[in-house]
Design a protein around this ligand. Structure first.
Ligand SMILES: NC(=O)c1ccc[n+]([C@@H]2O[C@H](COP(=O)([O-])OP(=O)(O)OC[C@H]3O[C@@H](n4cnc5c(N)ncnc54)[C@H](O)[C@@H]3O)[C@@H](O)[C@H]2O)c1
Ligand SMILES: [Zn+2]
Length: 402
């Protein structure tokens, strides 16, 4: 190991072969809060998370267009919040509305619009960008914020179930480029994440259930009690009546807790290893989303991907069929369909396995489970068996039936 740099002149060394190593680490407090009506008069969650500043903190708010359409009052409530807290903050520009959904990540438009707004609003590294939206807007606007001035502070307000229970809690962002999902992006932890569950009530059914496939995934991997909770609440979750938000909130809190635990205690927050243990069902999900030209949502695709991977795990004898059946039934009970026209070409779909390896680099590692709550992984895939698993899902067969 090379020596650390010292104060002394290095004249006695062989300068052509000098090596200096030094290590440093950065302590990061990952802050996640659940609340309802974050912009309301009596809600102090955001205020408590504001970074200390001698001057007024300049704020730029970015809002998902789908969210703004369903909640036209939101931009004004952000403006009012800033006015009420004008001893600490100043709104540097009108809230910026950017295209919601995967379109935000396809191409440079949303990235550029956000970066441009950061520049013209005079947002610097001591300022704050608030991003309200689904996972796609968090990713695209987050990438712009992470690269403007080499990184400005962000507080995320995830507004879909997928974003509140999973995507919004992560420490990364990305846009799709050169035909590849999430090809350009960065690891860049937000200052805080505020899950305002009230925002979830205006979601369409697809994005309402979207976060449930990730919750069922993390339950299968880490916590069968969460699976039990989702099974018990499945009807309430699907019906969307006045009890559904309470039920969804319970599931979101647990799903978020498990995802957060993975980031802060899993030992690989910046994914330097070959494995991505939480990506159960994801190689197929990513490929299905791309094949459908992103008409299939991530949540719906993850449900199908889980079906394929758990069926495969039972076919190769690493998982009991009853355990896989239970997960698949739970997915269907909360409203997912595991059958899809995009399953018509197993060979084409299986190219997703190589893409999955390439995205991480190095050795192929596909996460599976060996029982409910016990993660497992394989480094090789038996193509014939995987094709059979895809075919079984396409035909609507449960693992124990096939
Ligand atoms: N960065 C990460 O760690 C990470 C992890 C997982 C997924 N993701 C990404 O997240 C994206 C998917 O995110 P998503 O599932 O949140 O969907 P989304 O962001 O695509 O949003 C779905 C739709 O809902 C609308 N919308 C958002 N909030 C709303 C609300 N409260 N009411 C009504 N409409 C609303 C949006 O405008 C959009 O039309 C994918 O691009 C995926 O790659 C990122
Ligand atoms: Zn996912």
């Amino acid at each position: 190991m090379a020596s650390p740099p010292s104060q002394a002149l290095a004249l006695d060394r062989d300068l052509a072969h000098t090596e200096f190593d030094g290590s440093f680490s950065v302590e990061w407090l990952h802050q996640l809060r659940f609340t309802r009506e974050a912009m309301a008069d009596d809600n102090s969650v955001l205020e408590q998370l504001l970074p200390d500043s001698d001057d007024q903190l300049r704020i730029l708010a970015v809002v998902d267009s789908g969210l703004a359409e369903n909640r036209p009052e939101l931009p004004d409530s952000i403006t009012s919040w800033c006015k009420r807290h004008d001893d600490r903050v100043t709104l540097a520009a009108k809230p910026l509305i950017i295209t919601g959904g995967e379109q935000a990540k396809n191409g440079w438009d949303s990235y550029e619009t956000t970066a441009q707004a950061i520049a013209s609003a005079g947002i610097c590294r001591r300022s704050l960008v608030l991003i309200f939206g689904g996972g796609a807007v968090l990713d695209a606007a987050g990438f712009a914020a992470a690269t403007a001035h080499r990184g400005v502070k962000v507080i995320r307000f995830p507004s879909t179930t997928l974003a509140q229970g999973d995507a919004g809690i992560g420490v990364k962002n990305a846009i799709n480029a050169f035909g590849m999902k999430n090809f350009l992006g960065s690891f860049s932890p937000p200052l805080a994440v505020i899950n305002d569950t009230q925002l979830l009530t205006s979601l369409d059914d697809t994005h309402w259930r979207g976060g449930l496939s990730e919750a069922i995934k993390v339950a299968a991997l880490k916590n069968p009690e969460l699976l039990q909770l989702i099974e018990d609440e499945a009807d309430v979750l699907r019906q969307r009546d006045d009890k559904s938000l309470d039920a969804m909130e319970r599931v979101m809190v647990e799903s978020a807790r498990l995802h957060m635990d993975h980031i802060v205690a899993g030992g690989d927050a910046f994914e330097t290893q070959h494995a991505r243990p939480l990506d159960l069902g994801h190689w197929a999900a990513h490929r299905l989303e791309a094949r459908s030209d992103w008409t299939l949502s991530h949540g719906d695709a993850v449900a199908i991907g889980l079906g394929i991977d758990l069926t495969y795990a039972t076919m190769i004898g690493r998982l009991e069929a009853q355990a896989a059946d239970r997960v698949l039934k739970c997915l269907i009970k909360v409203g997912f369909s595991l059958q899809s026209p995009w399953l018509d070409d197993p060979d084409e779909l299986m190219q997703g396995i190589e893409e999955f390896r390439e995205h991480l680099g190095g050795q192929l590692t596909i996460p599976l489970i060996s029982s409910l709550g016990t993660p497992d992984q394989v480094h090789e895939i038996d193509s014939a068996v995987m094709k059979a698993a895809i075919e079984a899902i396409r035909q609507g067969k449960t693992p124990s039936a096939g």
